[in-house]
Design a binder for this molecule. Sequence first.
Ligand code: CA
Length: 230
Amino acid sequence: MVEDESAIAELIAINLRHNGHEVAVVSDASAAQAEVDRVLPDLVLLDWMLPGHSGVTLARSWRAQARTRDLPIIILTARAQEADKVAGLDAGADDYLTKPFSPSELMARIRAVLRRKAPQASDVAVEAGGLVLDPATHRVHSQGVEVKLGPTEFRLLHFFMSHPERVHNRAHLLDRVWGDHVFIEERTVDVHVKRLREALDPVGCARLIETVRGSGYRLTLILPSTSSQA
Ligand code: CA
C-alpha cells in the first residue's frame, strides 16, 4: 500500500491484515518503487496524491516495464470527478476507489481484481486436467487421491493451473511464483518443475506439465492420445 496519510494507511492495513493479507506500507513513490524492486507484490493499493511523483505517474511507469506490466493496481483517491477516474484508468489502473470507502468494499474490489488479474493469488479453487487445487485448504487432489506437494511446488502448480496452455519462460515463473527475481537462479525453476512432475506422477498427471523447448514450461490439457489404435 502506497499512502502518505498515515492514519488512513494504518486503518486500511489493519483491515487487510485482518482479512489474511500481508501488507507492506510505504508513503511515497520512490519507497514504493524500492519495495516493488525487492518483492513483486500480488497487488498494489496506490494513492493518487503523493508527495513527489503522483500515484498515476507511478502506475504509468510500472505499466511500461516488463516486470511490472501485469501488476494489479487499485488507485485510491479523494478525487471524485469523472475525468480523474478516466485518467487513472488510462494510466493502467485495474480499478479505482474514491475515499472514503468501506473496508468491505475495498476487500470486494481486491478480490475482483485478483480474480481477473492474478487468479493464483486468490482463494478460489481451480480445476484443470482432472486436478483440483484448493488454496484455502492448501490441498490438491485427483479423483479423490490427494497429491502431496511442497510449498513451492504448490505455488508453481497453482500458477500453471491458473494460466493453462500459456508458455511461461523461467524468468517469468520466477517473478510470478517466487515473487523476487533478483537472488534466484533460473535453473531453480527446473528443479521445482521436476519435483512437481514427480509428485503428480502417481495420479497420472505428470505429463500435464510440458517442456517447451527453448521457451519454458506450460500446463497443457491437449495431450497426444496414448490409447488410440492405428
Ligand atoms: Ca495522499
